[in-house]
Design a protein around this ligand. Structure first.
Ligand SMILES: [Zn+2]
Length: 135
């Protein structure tokens, strides 16, 4: 996220959230081999995480429904156990209070970044948009 995107965070529609653990498609990609095409396809437009393990990587792809290749992936109900704050990158543990966008492009912020980049900037944006100083 670049500085101009961070500056505009107060303009997004925010809601408090506690994101539960979510389903993920899980597979293993061995070191030294190209990413298999079925993994590439499953990752298209989906968040993925690569965890180094001996001999390769455990790959998780957020599962939001639909068919999947069960010869390549197994579905693990609670494998997606955190979100990453879109500003500081810190992990937001499942069911921890955070803020996410209610619509539009999905953005998740940890409590600290929400306070720093949204709450503390709202007065500035109200002044800029409406020309009144809000106290
Ligand atoms: Zn953060």
């Amino acid at each position: 996220m670049d500085n101009s995107e961070i500056d505009e965070l107060p303009l997004l529609p925010w809601m408090a959230s506690r994101i539960p653990k979510r389903k993920a498609l899980v597979t293993f990609v061995s070191d030294g081999m190209a990413c298999p095409p079925e993994v590439e396809t499953a990752m298209k437009d989906k968040p993925s995480r690569w965890y180094p393990e001996p001999g390769g990587h455990r790959v998780l792809i957020l599962y939001e429904g639909g068919t999947y290749d069960s010869t390549t992936f197994r579905l693990e109900p609670e494998a997606w156990d955190h979100e990453d704050c879109n500003v500081c990158g810190r992990g937001i543990t499942a069911m921890t209070l955070c803020h996410v966008t209610a619509r539009g492009p999905y953005v998740a912020l940890c409590k600290g970044c929400y306070r720093r980049y949204v709450l503390s900037k709202i007065g500035y944006w109200l002044f800029k948009l409406f020309g009144k100083k809000i106290k």
